[in-house]
Design a protein around this ligand. Structure first.
Ligand code: PMP
Length: 402
């Protein structure tokens, strides 16, 4: 066998047993709150069909089917620059790079900043896919504390003890995966101060940013920093956006907005890795974004917002004493905390077996392996009947254990 010849970075890359288990769940009768994915019934398929026909027309197909620049399709970067201006981030198209999903940006940013033993600051819990992307670069993780209770000096000492430096803080500030929680403006400002003190970048993962159902929008961290510094090229925040949760994840379209020196290095990483994101996909997403992005997102917010309300109401009705959960203002997830003696992975095995119900146990989202008594529930694909019945089944199961 060849495994013994593999690089040390492969040791940190393991298939998650739970992901393997959840793959088997596409069976009738199972109610699944596991997949954090958009409802396929809501894809703007007709808009995509029309835009694809146009991109493949005689006038456009030579461009659509050809190699293109690593930075990304210019009209799409212009659309993104206008969209970002609406979020308080004035940027030029050369401060935008298109990626193959925002997941690719996380990989590139890990590659750009992390040498083995360097420290990445992440939430406990945080997005599992970010940990998976960063793990390839053999980092040490420290818990990112947004309450301001941990001094920069303390992070620096921990990073030094691990054999490197603090290289970035990564977070999803709006409706995070997996907790659904949003960092308030004061928390964002504290993070900017911490990053200034550590002189490190902030990776702002905005995958769910557009999906707000109520409450008041909080400016992106990059917008707050830009307001302080006045020049995007002087900003340390690197903003990662995505069309996956709004238009389509299958087309793999994301973007990065950052200072030009960061964008130009990202372009080199992109050239070395996949040359550019699929030209046809960029043209099609650009056309659909120009015509229908805001109206489509308004529809998603209405429907997903009602699904969130329904799941919160069902939890209030069926959860036993001792179980708590988040009340997200957007996104796709509710995060459930069970009494400490319960284990999410054991509960999942029982839920599949006896209740025909699936969710994601929370432990995998913790870089230190804690959080055994947590669960992630996704409400994005669950209609009212499935939500009521699934949460009722979860309640029945939990009542037998508490
Ligand atoms: N960030 C977060 C927080 C996510 O939940 C996801 C997808 N699950 C991604 C990034 C990656 O999304 P994509 O590559 O499809 O843009």
């Amino acid at each position: 066998m060849v495994e013994h010849m593999m690089a040390s970075r492969m040791a940190g890359m393991k298939a998650s047993e739970i992901r393997e288990l959840l793959k088997l769940l596409d069976q009738p009768g199972i109610i699944s709150f596991a997949g954090g994915i958009p409802d396929p019934a809501l894809f703007p398929a007709a808009d995509f069909a029309e835009a694809t026909a146009e991109a493949l027309s005689d006038a456009n197909c030579a461009q659509a089917l050809q190699y293109s620049v690593s930075e990304g399709y210019l009209p799409l970067r212009r659309w993104i620059a206008r969209h970002m201006a609406g979020l308080g981030i004035a940027c030029a198209p050369d401060q935008v790079m298109i990626t193959s999903g925002s997941q690719q940006a996380l990989d590139y940013l890990g590659k750009m900043f992390l040498s083995p033993g360097d420290t990445a600051l992440v939430g406990w819990p945080t997005y599992l896919g970010a940990l998976a992307a960063f793990n390839a670069y053999e980092p040490h993780y420290e818990q990112l504390n947004l309450n301001g209770n941990r001094a920069a000096e303390d992070y620096r000492a921990a990073a030094q003890a691990a054999g490197g430096q603090v290289k970035f803080a990564y977070l999803s500030a709006d409706f995070a995966n997996p907790t659904g929680e949003t960092v308030d403006r004061a928390g964002r400002e504290r993070l900017l101060k911490l990053a200034d003190a550590l002189d490190c970048p902030i990776l702002e993962d905005a995958a769910y940013q557009a999906l707000r159902y109520d409450g008041v929008p909080v400016p992106p961290i990059l917008a707050l920093e830009l307001a302080q510094k006045g020049d995007l090229d002087a900003c340390r925040t690197i903003y990662c956006g995505s069309f996956s949760k709004t238009l389509s994840p299958g087309l793999r379209l994301g973007w990065v907005v950052a200072a030009r020196p960061v964008i130009s290095k990202l372009v080199l990483l992109k050239q070395a890795s996949d040359l550019h994101t699929a030209t046809l996909n960029q043209m099609v997403v650009c056309a659909v974004a120009e015509r229908a992005f805001y109206s489509h997102v308004a529809r998603l917010r209405d429907i997903y917002g009602r699904r969130r309300d329904r799941m919160l109401a069902a939890l209030a009705e069926h959860m036993p004493e001792g179980v708590t959960w988040t009340r997200p203002e957007g996104g796709m997830f509710i995060w459930v905390t069970l009494p400490p003696h319960l284990d999410g992975a054991t509960l999942l095995a029982q839920a599949i077996d006896t209740a025909r119900l699936a969710f994601v146990p929370g432990q995998a989202f913790f870089a230190d392996g804690s959080g055994g008594n947590t669960l992630r529930l996704a409400f994005s694909c669950a209609d009212e009947a499935a939500t009521d019945e699934g949460i009722r089944r979860l309640g029945v199961l939990l009542h037998t254990q508490i």
